[in-house]
Design a protein around this ligand. Structure first.
Ligand code: AHG
Ligand code: MN
Ligand code: MN
Length: 356
């Protein structure tokens, strides 16, 4: 971000539909005292990587990009060709930017540590929803950016990445759906940009997204019902208004309308984006197979939690705030409950049983 060229603070203009992503990020730079332009340039590099991935996603069936590479990643998952491609694009573009001291990817066993004093940490899930690639269902990319605490005085290390999500500088996701939508927050609200593929530019399409206080949709993989705790099972029975379901312990001025409708895509980005825009709740609770949860804290739960909080929503483990978790490992997992304030609170009341 360039030095602001006057002592008069530049007011951050309200985001206007039709603004490009570049202009939006630049306006943030001009409003940030002492900005150097590095963060702006880093975000533009991330946008470039996303646009390259997008072109390949749009032709995945034609470009010999379906199917598997034959490798297995540290998650124990078979790596799909598009996972590997998206990972390579992000690694190369971020490396060429020269701004990253630490890069962590779902597809890399270890974090990449630079031999420089580069300022930023970028953590990403290069391709989210891999199980949906071959069936042309919505998939995405998720990332978080943190600023190293003393970049000039210290060498980059994994510790720069193992910090609670509340210290995130910027987070975003891209949903490669009917259109390509990039939802970004730099800590001043959550804003959605839609790609105009004819000119390769993202334009602001939904400024200041607000997650409704309550929704009517729940999103969870009910196939795992038998693996959940009794408390989560009680919540699941309540949202479906099953006969004899426990009454929600939450005292709410306005009674909940149950049954909720059910939507589950199986791509976090798609399920989260619908929940962010329409409200409701997404949950991937711990279960007997995933005792610590399935979703990864650093590059799935944290970025999503940052965005939901910026939009007035909540993001918890079912008990604790996601953004307060102090990470101990790059690929650690967490239970994740995302969504509207009232709906996440109702879930929480079932799970931690706290009195209303
Ligand atoms: P990824 O493709 O990056 O491994 O992420 C898949 C995740 C997430 O996108 C989704 O919410 C979840 O896996 C779905 O898991 P289930 O298929 O077990 O429901
Ligand atoms: Mn993922
Ligand atoms: Mn992934």
């Amino acid at each position: 971000m360039a030095e602001s060229n006057s002592s008069i603070p530049v007011r951050r203009p309200a985001p206007v539909v039709g603004t490009t992503l570049r202009e939006h990020v630049l306006a943030g730079m001009h409003a940030a005292p002492g900005a150097t332009g590095d963060f702006t340039s880093l975000l533009n590099h991330i946008s470039l990587a996303i646009r390259i991935i997008n072109t390949r996603v749009r032709a995945v069936g034609l470009a010999d990009m379906l199917g598997y590479t034959g490798e297995t990643n540290i998650q124990g998952e078979e790596v799909q060709k598009l996972d590997a491609f998206a990972n390579e694009v992000l690694l190369n573009v971020l490396d060429r930017s020269g701004f990253c001291g630490v890069v962590g990817s779902e597809e890399l066993d270890e974090a990449q540590i630079a031999e420089t004093h580069a300022k930023y940490v970028v953590l990403f899930d290069p391709l989210d929803g891999s199980s949906n690639i071959d069936t042309n269902v919505g998939i995405g990319t998720i990332f978080a950016v943190l600023r190293r605490t003393e970049p000039k005085l210290s060498r980059p290390s994994l510790d720069d990445a193992l910090r609670p999500g509340r210290q995130i500088l910027a987070a975003g996701y891209v949903l490669y759906g009917p259109s390509t939508v990039f939802v970004l927050s730099t800590g001043h609200g959550a804003h959605a940009f839609t790609l105009d593929p004819s000119i390769g530019e993202f334009f602001l399409s939904q400024p200041d997204i607000r997650c409704p206080r309550r929704g009517t949709c729940f999103s969870v993989n009910e196939g795992y019902f038998s693996r959940w705790s009794p408390e989560v099972q009680a919540w699941a029975r309540w949202v479906k208004a099953e006969k004899g379901a426990a009454a929600p312990p939450i005292a709410s001025a306005e009674p909940f309308k149950v049954p909720y409708s059910s939507r589950y895509v199986g791509s976090l980005v798609a399920d989260a984006h619908r929940t962010l825009i329409k409200g409701g709740i997404f949950a991937y609770p711990a279960d007997t197979q995933h005792t610590g949860g399935k979703l990864r804290l650093l590059y799935e739960a944290n970025p999503m939690a940052f965005l939901f909080e910026q939009a007035g929503g909540l993001a918890t483990t079912g008990k604790d705030r996601i953004l307060d978790i102090v990470p101990t490992a790059l690929h650690q997992r967490t239970p994740l409950v995302l969504g509207s304030k009232d709906d996440v609170t109702a879930f929480q009341q079932f799970v931690d049983g706290s009195p209303t």
